[in-house]
Design a protein around this ligand. Sequence first.
Ligand SMILES: Cc1cc2nc3c(=O)[nH]c(=O)nc-3n(C[C@H](O)[C@H](O)[C@H](O)COP(=O)(O)OP(=O)(O)OC[C@H]3O[C@@H](n4cnc5c(N)ncnc54)[C@H](O)[C@@H]3O)c2cc1C
Length: 396
Amino acid sequence: MDIAYNPEYEAFRVEVQRFLEENKSKAPAGHRGRGRPTAEEQAWQQLLIKHGYAARTIPKEYGGYGAEPDILKSHIIAEEFAIAGVKPGHNGDDRLVPVVLEIGTEEQKKALIGPTIRGEMMWCQGYSEPGSGSDLASLSTKGVLEGDQWVINGQKIWTSGAQHADMCFCLVRTEPDAPKHQGISYLIFPMDTPGIEVRPLVTMTGEAIFNETFFTDVRIPADGIIGKRGEGWFVANATLKHERGSLGDPNQTERRFRLLVDLMKNEKVDGTPLIEIPSYRDRLLRLQARVFSMKYNGMRILTAYAKDEEPGLPRWIVKLQGCELNHQLSALAIDAMGELGVLYEDSPYLRDEGMWQQTYMLDLGLIIGGGTAQIQKNMIGERALGLPKEPKYTQN
Ligand SMILES: Cc1cc2nc3c(=O)[nH]c(=O)nc-3n(C[C@H](O)[C@H](O)[C@H](O)COP(=O)(O)OP(=O)(O)OC[C@H]3O[C@@H](n4cnc5c(N)ncnc54)[C@H](O)[C@@H]3O)c2cc1C
């Protein structure tokens, strides 16, 4: 691992810091839930694209900034935004945009990427079904090609943000006779297409972040497909790779750790700050060690990419490590707040606008979404460490 930056990168860091000093006040405050972006959030995103701090490497002709890929610069941007406590920009939808860039047609790139990165076109992911979550390839929502249209019938579940989305990227079984991984296509369509019904599901955060989504004779144009017919499984795996990466950002974890340290300096028991009480301090230090190990694991990945190498094991552990650690940081904050930790919503006594309670509950979900912790462990064992595959259950 090499953790030194050369002068060119240090100069770039100063440039990012200057931008943040000058523009920090325009950054929108943390936004609860996953509704549509506000006008303020869209304006912030536009400013970031203009300066190359969002959609940085997306070509200009598709609405991005058009910089050459440079992983160290991207890392410096993420690091400085986290240090400044400023909401970072995004690449539109981390699950979809890289896939359209990699696999989409020229028309799809032109039509979809610009509005998505500007936050004008919102997407939802139609993968999971009531009987197909971890074993996603068993999905049964059907797509039949009739003339120049796909006709879709079936049901998805846990579709995050479907009630706000303009578009859906959806896995549909289009070749019922092919082996299960080869019979799936990756379809895209507007959410206001007749025959789509979205029923919100309220979670323990009190918000409806995800939904049941029903499809009854939904007709979409035949070219509403990314990649080739029957190859949706491979397209889906590309999106999941991006989703897992974005769910374990070490900079955001470090930022949360710093906020926790501040909280424990401010909260007191009989006049003693919690950070000075050995049992709490001990828990904090154990977590700090893990936050650092996550940070340095991130640097191992970065070093590998900078040398054009595949990072291997360090990349496989990111989602599991990040989601569990984030949840444990929020759990310590809840304990540190004592009776204030159980307050919720708009209580005047909330600390940090209630973000600890929100993240404590939401992060439990993120340990499951995008592939559960158990499935991550299977993948680490089998794909990264080369252990034997788990035995398949067969019915006699
Ligand atoms: C917050 C959140 C947001 C989500 N957003 C979306 C979304 O936008 N779109 C979408 O399509 N889906 C979404 N999901 C669904 C998510 O992808 C699934 O919940 C997840 O893949 C697990 O599937 P399941 O819920 O059917 O559980 P199951 O697959 O039924 O698993 C149940 C339990 O069994 C364990 N298990 C299953 N198989 C194995 C195995 N082989 N080895 C060891 N243990 C195993 C699991 O780890 C889990 O603990 C979201 C979920 C959450 C929590």
